[in-house]
Ligand binder design. Structure first.
Ligand code: OGA
Ligand code: NI
Length: 388
């Protein structure tokens, strides 16, 4: 069903507009004789080996399509500020502790839009196995990996490099490969998962769903709503998992691991390894999110900023490319269900008053996601176009 909704939406260079193609061949035919960059992108895409394939082939320079215009390149980054870390220990036992944690989560969501959690209930061994299994997927034989390579976002398992590769507003391709899984409400069957990471991802998903629900309860209480408000609104729930592999990069200063963006869903729970590279925009400066063994990074997405009427912030973030070592991260998104295509998301009535009128128009998931997808990760927030 999702497949029908999204089709193959690509930019038709000749017609200079978005167009829907049912086959990549049709798309290729339309761009003959056009821009060189496009043929480089297609050649790269056709290898189905991703950025990892480039690195394996022994390149020692970043190819042109990955080189950012200078204004988009990374400059300095502040590191000497304490990034919020919230200890969830005792959350289920002590009402006073619970209230303290609600306050910390609310403060961090209002100011940073980002925080890390420790003592969150997911064993460190599960986190490490998740990072290992997903890494093994990317580092296995390309021929096995290739069978999952697709740009069809109606698939339940999507291995690709730069989902927005052909988006015209994206200044350059990014130095990463990714694999995406729809986990709830309709997860892939065990046979549909890649062998390298299927079992551990199914396990991890159970743990992270529980944590995601606890976080949504804390966030609901932080808004002064019933504990289950956001969970109920999401209808228990849409969850997807996006695993990124950032190969080591010979010229990291010229490109980016994932370019500046905000996440669209309600919340993201991100597991990262110890290489580092994730940065968050805070008070107009970029800050590193330091890797902490056993911790998870949580951030607010656009839908929660919209529904909380700007109380919680969906903050821009990025991951820089690194020279020494390949980096793994696993982002789990909790949010709206794309199968409920007509459901409206809008600022929560209970939060509105004469002094706090709605700041956003209502939207549907499909409308919002299509807008984000066409736009690509171009460094601008999709929320802006829904502002009243
Ligand atoms: C994302 C994201 C950051 C990272 O997947 O939306 O921001 O560190 N990932 O991989
Ligand atoms: Ni993100």
């Amino acid at each position: 069903m999702v497949k029908d909704l999204y089709c193959h939406l690509v930019y038709d260079i000749r017609e200079k507009k978005m167009a829907v193609y049912s086959k990549k061949d049709d798309f290729q035919a339309t761009i003959q004789n056009s821009y060189d960059k496009m043929s480089d992108l297609i050649a790269f895409d056709d290898t189905k080996a991703g950025v990892k394939g480039l690195v394996d082939s022994g390149i020692n320079k970043v190819p042109q399509v990955f080189i950012l215009p200078p204004k988009y390149r990374v400059k300095t980054c502040e590191t000497h500020i304490s990034f919020p870390v919230i200890d969830l220990k005792g959350i289920d036992e002590d009402p006073i502790k619970y209230k303290e944690i609600v306050d910390k989560v609310r403060d961090a969501s209002e100011t940073w839009g980002f925080f890390q959690v420790v003592n969150h209930g997911i064993p460190t061994s599960i986190l490490e196995k998740t990072l290992l299994g997903t890494r093994q997927f990317f580092e296995q034989d390309t021929e096995i990996k290739k069978q999952y390579y697709t740009r069809d976002i109606g698939e339940k398992v999507i291995y690709t490099s730069n989902l927005d590769l052909y988006s015209p507003s994206v200044p350059a391709a990014s130095w990463r490969d990714s694999i995406f899984f729809f986990m709830a409400p309709n997860p892939p069957s065990p046979q549909e998962f890649p062998t390298a990471c299927g079992e551990i991802l199914m396990d991890y998903s159970k743990y992270v769903t529980e944590l995601g629900f606890s976080l949504l309860e804390l966030l609901s209480e932080g808004l002064g709503l019933d504990r289950s408000y956001l969970k109920d609104y999401m209808d228990y729930c849409h969850q997807s998992c996006l695993c990124h592999y950032y190969p080591s990069c010979p010229q990291p200063e010229l490109t980016m691991g994932i370019s500046q963006h905000s996440d669209t869903e309600f919340i993201t729970v991100l597991l990262q390894d110890d290489i580092g590279g994730l940065q968050v925009l805070h008070q107009n400066q970029w800050f590193d999110v330091p890797p902490i063994r056993g911790a998870l990074v949580v951030n607010i997405g656009d839908f929660l900023q919209l529904m909380s009427n700007d109380k919680y912030m969906s903050v821009e973030h990025r991951a820089i490319a690194k020279k020494d070592g390949s980096r793994m991260s696993v982002a789990c998104f909790f949010g709206e269900n794309p199968l409920q295509s007509s459901k409206l998301y809008e600022p929560i009535t209970e939060l509105l008053s004469e002094d706090n009128p709605p700041k956003y128009h209502a939207t549907t998931v499909i409308d919002y996601k299509n807008y984000v997808l066409n736009k690509g990760l171009d460094g601008t927030s999709a929320l802006l176009s829904y502002k009243i």
